[in-house]
Structure formats: structure tokens, C-alpha cells
Design a protein around this ligand. Sequence first.
Ligand code: DQA
Length: 143
Amino acid sequence: MIKKILVIHGPNLNLLGEREPGIYGNTSIDVLNENIIERAKDQGLECEIFQSNHEGAIIDKLHAARLEFDGVIINAGAYTHYSYAIRDAIAAIKIPCIEVHISNVFARDDFRANSVIAPVCKGSISGFGFGSYYLAVQALSEL
Ligand code: DQA
């Protein structure tokens, strides 16, 4: 049963609210995080949130998560499209991992349509704005 979840925000997501607002909106990562924690609480889940712009730090956090958490939600940012190292880290840990994207990655540049992490994730949610994270919280709570 899923009780404790980890949310990982990858590179450039610390600039939410400022960064390409036409694509990612005007709301900051702090507000997003508060909303995620509230949704998790509503589902009876404890939630920790981690953001890093560094591939190795994300990998270290995934490794640590296998001992501390029951599930992971990850927005790997651009690493989604080429980081075999993050893919291998997700494959290495046994807890379920849900891939999320704020934007619809299939409706943008061609390179964004490919996710190297999708095959090792339980499922993927893309295109619902911050709602992609909330849907992932709900999906994890129902696993
Ligand atoms: C993103 C989509 C990626 O292609 C991009 O590199 C990001 C954000 C999203 O949430 O829509 O940094 O993961």
C-alpha cells in the first residue's frame, strides 16, 4: 500500500512562474508544491518534494527513495528525452514511478515526443498543467 511518496522536479522547474509562462503558466513552484502536499494529504499520503537541476542528484535521490518511499512522481524536465542514466535509476528501484509533464510533450518540438524514461515508469501523464501532478498523486494513491 502506498503511504509515503516523493515528488521529483528536474531541471529548470525551479523557475516555474517565470520560465516561458505561455507554456508553463504564471504560478511558482512553491505554490505548486503546497498544492501537491495538500492533494497528497487529502489522499492520506505523506509527501516529500525535491528539485534539482543536476542529473546525478536526481539519481542519488531515486536510489535513496527505494528505502524511504512507496512511490515516486517525476518530472525529469529535458532529461526525460535523453537521460539513460535516470532511466536506469528508475528501472533499478522497485517502487512505482509515474512520469509527469506540465505541457503536452507530444504537441511541441519533435524531440520532446520521445521519453526514454516512459518504458520504465508505471505510466505517464502529460499536458494537464499542474493538474498532471495532481492526477499522478491520485493514481499513486489508487495503486
Ligand atoms: C516538461 C517538458 C520537457 O520537454 C521540458 O524540457 C521541461 C518541462 C514539462 O513539464 O512539460 O523542462 O517536462
